[in-house]
Write a protein that binds this ligand. Structure first.
Ligand code: 2NL
Length: 375
């Protein structure tokens, strides 16, 4: 009796078509069972090999028509997907007896590896082609004007302020600042300008009630510094100031000041003159002569206005200055017999106008880019 189980192989749609069906095993009871088994296995292996060759051929044919990632993915699923040809072949492998699986497995493995390798190559080729096509499509005209991204710069007043700060910082002065809304005390009284003093007419102010006003100069910063520390004091106070002036070519209700204050034992007007000389040379350049002439400020005594000029040019007023009035020292708790000091105040707008030849202060506040971009 011959017992051959599972003659119907999963790869076969009907009974095997090879030599197997020709074996008259039913008619020949004394058939050599081993020989029949070997034949059957040979047939199975043959079938597998043929199927592999078919798959290989189909692959060769179909991979030529693949041009897009989608087509590639379809091809991959058809051959390597969970229910694709190759996994189905591997499933069929299980139908072979163990001793035959190795050879068939090697065959299928090499087929699978080959297809995987070619799939990768195909993927690479498609990517390269897609990139080439993208480059062909996206051409650039490098002669077209670019998008202008304006490079910002500092406002000319800021540039001038920073330059002035640099000069005095190099001479050892600290930069101090304080509030723009001040009390009447710090803005006037501490500076030896009592209420109802006629000198107040000089500084037409913006009052905002309850003894508060917009500072008319940066001197209150210096008062605050002196009240908070002992001499020596070497500071400059740059900042925004406000006066109730009607705008014209040289006046604007908002403007910027730098005041300097140096308090120490033994300072004289000669030191003041030296400091200003150094400043003028640094800021305006060499070749200027300087003149002090008498002036009056309630907070300095003596007081002076300072002019400079180039040879043959007109005298230009650059600042007011003076020796700190003893009344101011007493107010902040300094002993006028112990220390002396000097101060000056200059307008940043005026410095910028002199340096760059600007004839109207209002230009600084109009934010006209045609003006601003020149600095
Ligand atoms: C000007 C004049 C000046 C001062 C400001 C000052 C400050 C203290 C004490 C003494 Cl705390 N003086 N400042 C001194 C002289 C002149 O400014 O016309 N500026 C534009």
């Amino acid at each position: 009796m011959i017992v051959i189980t599972r003659l119907h192989h999963p790869l076969q749609s009907s009974w095997p078509q090879g030599v197997f069906h020709l074996i008259p095993w039913v008619q020949v009871p004394s058939v050599d069972t081993d020989a029949v088994g070997r034949l059957y296995l040979l047939e199975m292996y043959d079938q597998l090999e043929r199927k592999a060759a078919e798959i290989r051929a189909e692959w060769e044919k179909d991979c030529k028509g693949v041009n897009t990632p989608q087509q590639l993915e379809e091809l991959r699923i058809r051959f390597l997907g969970r229910k694709g040809y190759i996994p189905r072949l591997f499933a069929a492998l299980r139908e072979l007896p163990p001793q035959e699986r190795a050879a068939a497995g090697r065959l299928l493995n090499s087929l699978r590896e080959e297809i995987q390798r070619e799939l990768e190559a195909l993927k690479e080729r498609i990517a390269v082609k897609a990139e080439e096509e993208r480059l062909k499509r996206e051409t650039h005209d490098f002669t077209l004007p670019g998008t202008w991204r304006g490079v910002g710069k500092l406002h000319p007043l800021t540039q001038v302020r920073l330059e002035i700060e640099r000069i005095f910082m190099e001479m050892g002065f600290d930069v101090a600042s304080g509030p723009e809304v001040e009390t009447d005390y710090y803005n006037f009284e501490a500076l030896n300008i009592p209420p109802d003093h006629p000198a107040r007419d000089e500084w037409d102010s913006f009052y905002i009630g309850e003894g508060l006003l917009l500072r008319t100069h940066t001197s209150p910063v210096q008062i605050r510094v002196m009240k908070s520390q002992k001499p020596p004091v070497r500071i400059i106070c740059p900042g925004r100031c406000y006066r109730r002036d009607t705008p014209d070519a040289t006046h604007f209700p908002v403007f910027h000041q730098v005041e300097l204050l140096w308090v120490e034992r033994g300072l004289t007007m000669a030191h003041l003159k030296w400091i200003i000389e150094v400043f003028v040379r640094e800021f305006f350049g060499p070749g200027y002569e300087m003149r002090f002439s008498a002036d009056y400020f309630p907070f300095t005594e003596p007081s002076a206005q300072v002019h400079i000029r180039r040879k043959g040019g007109p005298w230009l007023e650059i600042m007011g200055a003076g020796m700190v009035d003893p009344a101011v020292f007493k107010e902040v708790g300094y002993d006028p017999e112990e220390v002396t000091g000097f101060a000056f105040g200059l307008g940043i707008e005026r410095m910028a106008m002199l340096k760059y030849g600007i004839d109207d202060i209002r230009l600084f506040f109009q934010n006209d880019i045609r003006f601003l971009e020149q600095f």
